[in-house]
Design a protein around this ligand. Structure first.
Ligand code: SF4
Length: 370
């Protein structure tokens, strides 16, 4: 059996990222401002500019004395992410940003405008330690955990791009956030929970986005799911199951050797009970690997009495990989069988394919150029 090391907030960062108000709770922000020699209420003022007005122009922060604006902004909201490249597709409605962090680490986020919502998919780690063999990010391993500030900065940048009308269709509001970029969010638990507060806390402490519009996706770290349900945040949980049988899942999602299918679904059920939020089962359909009808049948039987919804993801093949998307007819049959059990199913649209949409591919391409 493969031995799996669980990483919970392990300090893998060699040189720490600069501290930012987004790393702290509102009370801690005030304390920190005081420590830095500013009046504590400056922290709330800065939070208002950052979370409510999405402003990164201290010159306009008129409630702070002009001669202090730059120093306060630099101290409390240092720039944590720098845009390296942006690639767009779908007529500009999908945009993938590659960010460089203070230590040169690269991470990516994807912003997608739909008719009824705008969603950003963010990274919670640089790389990922979960080692799923079909995933570009997994192949590169874990570089390090991101700080709450670094995760929040991706979201605030997306909200700013929406407000500034950078997407076709004019100014809009960022409505949805999904933790489905690089990394396993529950393996960077504390930073992710701080970020969830930054998203859902009302202005000026946070962005004031409803927890219903936030999805945390996990490969099934049962202890993380159990902790998260007690946080009182009530965001949506997505579990990357990818197959209903332990035998294949032990290989496809190696953490299954630690938390098997039954344990993961039991934890998801408990989360659903506690939060009242239906959870989703993410299932990357991989040709001749996990797309057989008997697997759909087994999944249907497992889920028929659960408050879960299945999101099938046609695999986005990574260059040089033997893993590829299912045939159309196999995908249709998989859906048909699941629906015959009354399980709600959607097939995720494959936005971003033309821009190396699978997680980790853009960062991997950029690294290859170095
Ligand atoms: S599929 Fe998700 S959990 Fe698995 S290696 Fe890739 S990023 Fe990590």
């Amino acid at each position: 059996m493969t031995e799996i090391k669980l990483i919970f907030d392990e300090p893998v960062q060699k040189k720490k990222a600069p501290k930012h108000i987004a790393d702290l709770s509102p009370a801690e922000r005030k304390e920190w401002a005081k420590e830095l020699g500013f009046q504590p209420f400056r922290a709330s003022q800065v939070a208002t500019h950052y979370f409510t007005h999405l402003s990164n122009t201290p010159a306009e922060w008129s409630d702070i004395p002009a001669d202090q604006r730059e120093a306060i902004a630099e101290a409390l909201t240092p720039k944590l992410i720098e845009l390296v490249t942006t690639r767009t597709t779908d007529g500009g409605m999908t945009r993938k940003d590659l960010w460089k962090l203070h230590d040169g680490t690269l991470v990516e986020s994807v912003l997608m405008r739909y008719s009824d919502r705008v969603t950003v998919c963010i990274s919670s780690q640089a790389g990922c330690g979960m080692n799923c063999p079909f995933c570009a990010t997994g192949q590169a391993g874990l570089t390090r955990n991101l700080t709450a500030g670094e995760i929040t900065e991706q979201i605030v940048a997306a909200a700013r791009a929406c407000a500034d009308g950078e997407l076709p269709g004019g100014p809009t509001r960022l409505s949805n956030i999904v933790f489905m970029g690089m990394g396993e969010p529950l393996a960077n638990y504390n930073a992710v929970v701080r970020t969830l507060h930054n998203i859902t806390d009302p202005n000026p402490d946070g962005l004031g986005i409803s927890a219903r519009s936030v999805t945390v996706s996990t490969v099934g770290l049962v202890n993380g799911i159990e902790k998260l349900m007690d946080e009182g945040i009530n965001c949506t949980l997505a579990v990357s199951l990818h197959t209903p049988d332990d035998e294949l899942r032990n290989t496809l999602v190696p953490i299954n050797n630690r938390f098997n299918v039954r344990e993961v679904l039991t934890a998801a059920d408990a989360y659903e009970k506690k939060t009242g939020r239906r959870y989703s089962i993410e299932y990357a359909l991989i040709r001749d690997i996990n797309d057989q009808s008997w697997r759909s049948d087994l999944l249907g039987r497992l889920l028929k009495n659960r408050n879960a919804h299945v999101n099938l993801i046609p695999l986005n093949p990574t260059p040089g990989s033997k893993w590829t998307a299912s045939r159309r007819e196999d995908e249709a049959e998989f859906v048909r069988i699941l629906e015959s059990y009354g399980v709600p199913v959607t097939v995720r649209d494959t936005r971003g394919r033309e821009i190396d949409g699978a997680c980790g591919q853009l960062a991997a391409a950029e690294k290859g150029k170095e």
